[in-house]
Design a protein around this ligand. Sequence first.
Ligand SMILES: Nc1ncnc2c1ncn2[C@@H]1O[C@H](COP(=O)(O)OP(=O)(O)OP(=O)(O)O)[C@@H](O)[C@H]1O
Ligand SMILES: [Mg+2]
Length: 323
Amino acid sequence: MDAIAVQNLHRVFKANVGRIRRQTKEVTAVDDISFTVQPGELFGLLGPNGAGKTTTVKMLTTLLLPTGGSARILGYDVVTQADQLRPRIGFIFGGERGLYWRLSGMDNLRYFASLYHMEPAVTKQRIPYLLEMVGLAGRANEKVEGYSRGMKQRLHIARTLLHDPEILFLDEPTIGLDPVGARELREVIRNLQSEEKTILLTTHYMFEADALCQRLAVIKDGRIVAHGSPEALKQDVQDLSVVEVELFGVSEVILDQLRAQPYVDTVSVENRNQKQALFIQSPRGAEVVSDILRLLDGTRIGKVAVREPTLEDAYVRLVGGDT
Ligand SMILES: Nc1ncnc2c1ncn2[C@@H]1O[C@H](COP(=O)(O)OP(=O)(O)OP(=O)(O)O)[C@@H](O)[C@H]1O
Ligand SMILES: [Mg+2]
């Protein structure tokens, strides 16, 4: 049986727009997505802001009703069997509060355990075990207010594991963490797999999905635009090279001219402080650099480099546009 089976899942939001004459506008956040996740698998849902990741996770965790399609988790329908399903899943949403900062990490877990009516005999062993698992054993008696964001996020994970759910939903677990905190958290997530948990993780970062997930779906404007292993997605860009140009202000007109070149596959721009990085994916690599520079004539440019594509480039190609 699939751990998660999603079939044509759909969600429309009605938003009020217009201040004088009220009108309702429909936003399709999730547009007929289908995928399955196998037991014990770490599956990634990857996509840019507003792609529909959180909306999907909310429907799968019974927090939001779908407006179409269906989803089964461990065989339970998320709408009609939500009560049976809830005790068997755990979830965390990025940047979530929900911890008691005046209490220690240990006391937070004790508090939530009593809230869930867990047997004291069970929690006596389980809490130290979980604190150890998320790397907080040495800091368990300190107040949470003194924890780093990464430590708080790891405590959230311990909290959501209290009732030993079979499936975990992690919505952007590393958001807002510094690189070290994010790396430590990824380590914890990886270790959860040895606990044979099924995990669905959402992220903005291709490299994070690459580092953690066995399979992933890339979602854009509520639709799945690619689906498979990170290796399979890399295959997609294997024959391209990336020309990277440092710029100081570039016009849309020039970008459109670049996009129109027959040798150009994808153009994207990333803003970096005062400057921009322009990425041009092309099957012809170094030989097109002089032509690109000719098109950029009149634009102030810095460093220019040609490199092999990464999984990040595959992602940019799939979701397109400027980052
Ligand atoms: N309660 C709501 N009412 C109206 N529109 C909503 C609501 N929640 C989400 N949306 C819209 O649905 C779309 C998908 O949003 P969602 O939060 O699922 O995206 P996301 O992929 O999680 O993005 P992010 O990476 O920013 O977290 C967006 O256009 C968003 O504005
Ligand atoms: Mg989100």
